[in-house]
Design a protein around this ligand. Structure first.
Ligand code: FAD
Ligand code: DHB
Length: 389
């Protein structure tokens, strides 16, 4: 089989790239190792930058987002027992939208199915090769049969554990990494959100985040040690601990109920440089990971795909490789700023016992400054709503 672009991975990055290229008349195949149901069952991000929403609309998948997404003009912080609001709209001129990654993925999968463009789920042993030449290939097995796809370019959109980055020779890639000693325990529950907007909580017992998926569904997170066993976290234990980290007024308003999903995610900062190796291009989590505190993971996947789709479209339309040559540097410039923001939000809001009493005082001073300084709030707002593409 021959296509113009072979895309590995049907997460948000691969599906969105596939849609933008299909709309531009470029033939693609998407190869995904999991089943469609499995991909849709993963509960992950929930907050979209305005720029991500605009890109989804441009890709032709914005209708349900515009109907069901919850527009938030502000975000709240709870520090040392009191809440304050950062007015995103006023300070940064933009809003954010709550619309689950699951919904984004579903909309993109539906559009893919409707377009008739090729997508293979449960593709085994997907293997990219020959990307240092003008004729790369991707082989895979499906239902016991071997297949080979010849293509002009390979897009590695297969997440942090994917095969694309692993296929690059060690000497050609440099990685930067920071691991954190804690994870996020998250639950989803069909209970109304405790507040109209998100609340990021800094508390001596650990960070917490109250977010949502709709007006009737809450998503809640607690900072927990990485050693924690999820089996030790009954629903009652979770709600009890969350209440202890909230200010008394918010805790009193919290509606509890059974969880419909519960998981622990480790936190990591990671960047691979460059994001291009001959005719293989990495996008999204395949190239970089952020700790979730700044809500940047899914949004970075979208901005990478914006740059990559533009570059591929210009290759086919104008026979120009200039934008492809610039892809890695353009994407990384935005990635590093989001890495910095995610790292700084993580440092600001979580408990780091190893940093001692001085570290705690520095954190408190920075939080006090943030609570009272328009300049500090503007810097947070500008990054939170998403830096321009
Ligand atoms: P992915 O969504 O990981 O998609 C990659 C796809 O490639 C997957 O479908 C995978 O099955 C497939 N694949 C992998 N290997 C292969 C292979 N060898 N062959 C074929 N296919 C392959 N971000 C936030 O902003 N907020 C959050 O709350 C948040 N929570 C998260 C919770 C978890 C548990 C995780 C893992 C991530 C979370 N993120 C969060 C990050 C966010 O979900 C990601 O940044 C986003 O999914 C990136 O999209 P992607 O398409 O690049 O990668
Ligand atoms: C969500 C997750 C985040 O990490 C974040 O910063 C904001 C929202 C969410 O799951 O809705």
């Amino acid at each position: 089989m021959k296509v113009q672009v072979a895309i590995i991975g049907a997460g948000p990055a691969g599906l969105l790239l596939g849609q933008l290229l299909h709309n531009a008349g470029i033939e693609t195949i998407i190869l995904e190792q999991r089943s469609q149901e499995y991909v849709l069952g993963r509960i992950r991000a929930g907050l979209l930058e305005q720029g991500t929403c605009e890109l989804l609309r441009r890709a032709g998948v914005g209708a349900r987002l515009d109907r069901e997404g919850l527009v938030h003009d502000g975000v709240e912080l709870s520090i040392l027992g009191r809440r304050f609001r950062i007015d995103l709209k006023q300070l940064a001129g933009k809003h954010v939208v709550i619309y689950g990654q699951t919904e984004v993925t579903k909309d993109l999968m539906d559009a893919r199915a409707k377009s008739g463009a090729k997508i293979v789920y449960e593709a085994e042993e997907v293997t990219p090769s020959g990307f240092d030449s003008a004729s790369p290939k991707v082989s895979y097995r499906k239902d016991g049969k071997e297949h080979t796809v010849s293509c002009d370019f390979i897009a590695g959109c297969d997440g942090f554990h994917g095969i694309s980055r692993q296929s690059v020779p060690d000497g050609a890639i440099r990685t930067y990494e920071r691991l954190y000693h804690f994870g996020w325990l998250g639950i989803l529950s069909d209970t109304p959100p405790v507040s109209e907007e998100l609340i990021y909580v800094h508390h001596e017992r650990g960070f917490a985040l109250c977010t949502m998926r709709s007006r009737t569904r809450s998503r809640l997170y607690l900072q927990v040690p990485l050693s924690e066993d999820i089996a030790d976290w009954s629903d009652a234990h979770f709600w009890d601990e969350l209440k202890r980290r909230l200010d008394p007024q918010t805790a009193a308003q919290l509606v509890t109920g059974p969880s419909i999903e519960k998981s622990i995610a480790p936190l990591r900062s990671f960047v691979a440089e460059p994001m291009r190796f001959g005719r293989l291009f990495l996008a999204g989590d395949a190239a970089h990971i952020v700790p979730p505190t700044g809500a940047k993971g899914l949004n970075l996947a979208a901005s990478d795909v914006h740059y990559l789709s533009e570059a591929l479209i210009s290759w086919y339309a104008e026979k120009s490789g200039q934008a492809l040559d610039a892809y890695s540097a353009r994407a990384l410039a935005r990635v590093w700023k989001a890495e910095r923001f995610s790292w700084s939000m993580t440092k600001l809001l979580h408990q780091f016992p190893d940093e001692g009493a001085f570290g705690r005082k520095m954190q408190e001073a920075e939080l006090e400054y943030l609570a009272t300084s328009k300049a500090a709030q503007t810097a947070l707002a500008e990054n939170y709503v998403g830096l321009p593409y």
